[in-house]
Design a protein. Structure first.
Lengths: 115, 115
């Protein structure tokens, strides 16, 4: 299994500012995913980040709002730009092998509150 | 598209009683099914998965799940609930039609175990 850490664990931000969330994995992984979990809701995939290529965004999410970096096989960042209170959520980093038989592993999440 | 449904937003059981958290799925082809648990202020933890083979799958913390192809269900069960099992439970299906074969999650079921 992969051990995943995220920074920060939580933050309170002002409207209009940006926050960058870091995800560090203890082993090299091919696929990294960023999810959003709004209060009391399920997980929604924001984007898939592969090293060496542009992130692939899901419908409803755009690069200008959620820029992602994937500089190597153990690290990724997600930035939440020009934040509004509607961006208040838990943001989760996840890794997987891309194989059909394997589970995905999740980081502890970053709890973001936008005032 | 692959999907899972969790018909109950919340399940309440008394400590020591058996518990069931329901999940039904809709897939084209073979289903690859997963259960995750999210404790308060924590990320998702993998519990168990069904890939092939025995319909009764055993997982972490004494949980098991029963795969039923005719009913397209994958219910999570535990013979004797603990107060510490109180958490949010997610059923997920591997979506082989999406890049990265990532998981698609159900809406989640909150399990409350009362002493």
């Amino acid at each position: 299994s992969a051990v995943i850490s995220q920074k920060p664990s939580r933050d309170i931000c002002q409207r209009g500012t940006s926050l960058t969330i870091q995800c560090q994995v203890d082993s090299q992984v091919t696929m990294m995913f960023w999810y959003r979990q709004q209060p009391g809701q399920s997980l929604t995939l924001i984007a898939t980040a592969n090293q060496g290529s542009e992130a692939t965004y899901e419908s409803g999410f755009v690069i200008d709002k959620f820029p992602i970096s994937r500089p190597n096989l153990t690290f990724s960042t997600l930035t939440v730009s020009n934040m509004s209170p509607e961006d208040s959520s838990i943001y989760l980093c996840s890794v997987g092998s891309g194989g059909r038989y394997n589970e995905q592993f999740f980081g502890p999440g970053t709890r973001l509150t936008v005032l | 598209a692959q999907s899972v449904a969790q018909p109950e937003d919340q399940v309440n059981v008394a400590e020591g009683n058996p518990l069931t958290v329901k999940c039904t799925y809709s897939v084209s082809g073979n289903p690859y099914l997963f259960w995750y648990v999210q404790y308060p202020n924590r990320g998702l933890q993998f519990l168990l998965k069904y890939i092939t083979g025995d319909n009764l799958v055993k997982g972490s913390y004494g949980f098991e799940a029963e795969f039923n192809k005719s009913q397209t269900s994958f219910h999570l069960k535990k013979p004797s609930a603990l107060v510490s099992d109180s958490a949010l439970y997610f059923c997920a299906v591997r979506d082989l039609n999406r890049a990265g074969n990532m998981l698609t999650f159900g809406g989640g079921t909150r399990l409350m175990v009362k002493p």
